[in-house]
Design a protein around this ligand. Structure first.
Ligand code: ASN
Length: 334
């Protein structure tokens, strides 16, 4: 088996500086050291790209997602499986974004990173990288995945749940694809999607993510929606409820939709499903044309909106695609 590794940055390869952790460790040397003496994979089986610049993933943008997609595509024929080393902060945005852009890739891709830099004695770097390599080599992983702690997750069903725990990620609506151990335990989760042929590259788009909070006023929400964004991801309560008794608030949302802004409603609950109109508090915005994110994670929903905008979609067409699975990012009805 041949593996290609794309190193994008993140704590895994960071060192201390006067201003906190920054990229700077010899990650490539460390990785080849880790592989030396291995029975199933040796240094000669692995190719390595280091992106320039290496970043803290809090600095990632849709342009960074495209750089990853480009590197993976460029090495498509050089390897049987792919590992992307990435910072944890926005890793689940990137893994979701890559899943939409590479639906026809046909080879497994596994993202991983770590909570501690590789140089620390208690670092989780080696465990996560060897876990990701094992998943990539397993012959059972498909599509885009994320390995962290002792679990493998679908890359567009996963969210960062802890800034410190070694089990830092979870898939609240599907559970993990596999748990590492002797042997690994694999689960069957729905990963069907219609795919996307020849996607256009990711670009930057104006998509605010706005949280509802008790007491938010119509004036405040209206101000946040001016000038008009290309789409908005509204994080509402529960199954997609907003403060409908607040004078004018649902009108602000309806006005934005009338102006052609797709309003996509997510939930502040990590686990669950957006069902607009289940309550009277979500009904008015549903009737105005807002659409829910179903059981997508926030990261999968946000990356999907940016993907669809990058394909030139907008308005009702974009809203309609939010309910259709492209790469297994949501549970489809029926
Ligand atoms: N700030 C880091 C990053 O996302 C966090 C990490 O990798 N653990 O790049």
């Amino acid at each position: 088996m041949r593996i290609h590794v794309t190193y994008t940055g993140g704590t895994i390869g960071m060192v201390e500086s006067a201003n906190g952790l920054v990229p700077g460790a010899d990650l490539e040397g460390w990785l080849y050291g880790l592989l030396r003496g291995g029975d199933d994979l040796g240094p000669g089986d692995v190719t390595f790209t280091q992106l320039d610049p290496l970043i803290d993933s809090s600095n990632a943008t849709p342009d960074s997602w495209q750089t990853m997609v480009d590197d993976l595509r460029a090495h498509r024929d050089d390897a049987d499986a792919f590992v992307v080393l990435h910072g944890t902060d926005t890793m689940s945005y990137s893994s979701a974004a890559v899943s939409y852009a590479l639906t026809g890739f046909g080879k497994p891709i596994v993202f991983t990173g770590s909570q501690h830099p590789l140089g620390r004695i208690e670092s989780d770097a080696a465990a996560n990288v060897t876990g990701a390599l094992n998943a990539a080599l397993s012959g059972r992983a498909e599509g885009v995945n994320l390995f962290f702690g002792h679990h493998l997750f679908a890359g567009n069903r996963v969210t960062k749940v802890s800034s410190w725990a070694f089990e830092g990620f979870y898939s609240p609506n599907t559970g993990p694809v596999a748990q590492s151990g002797t042997p690994w335990h694999w689960n069957t989760i729905e990963r069907e999607g219609c795919g996307w042929a020849d996607p256009r590259p990711y670009g930057r788009h104006d998509v605010p993510v706005i949280d509802m909070a008790p007491g938010i006023t119509a004036e405040r929400l209206a101000a946040m929606l001016e000038p008009r964004p290309e789409a908005v991801l509204l994080r509402a309560f529960g199954v997609g409820n907003v403060p409908s008794d607040e004078p004018g608030l649902t009108d602000v949302i309806a006005d934005a939709i009338r102006d052609g802004v797709p309003v996509i409603v997510a939930s502040q609950c990590q686990q669950g499903e957006v069902m607009l109109g289940r309550y009277e508090t979500g009904d008015a915005i549903a009737r105005a044309g807002a659409v829910g994110t179903s059981d997508m994670t926030l990261e999968a929903a946000y990356a999907k909106i940016v993907f669809l905008l990058s394909q030139g979609l907008g308005g009702d067409e974009l809203a309609e695609w939010m309910g259709r699975s492209i790469a297994g990012e949501l549970t489809q009805e029926g």
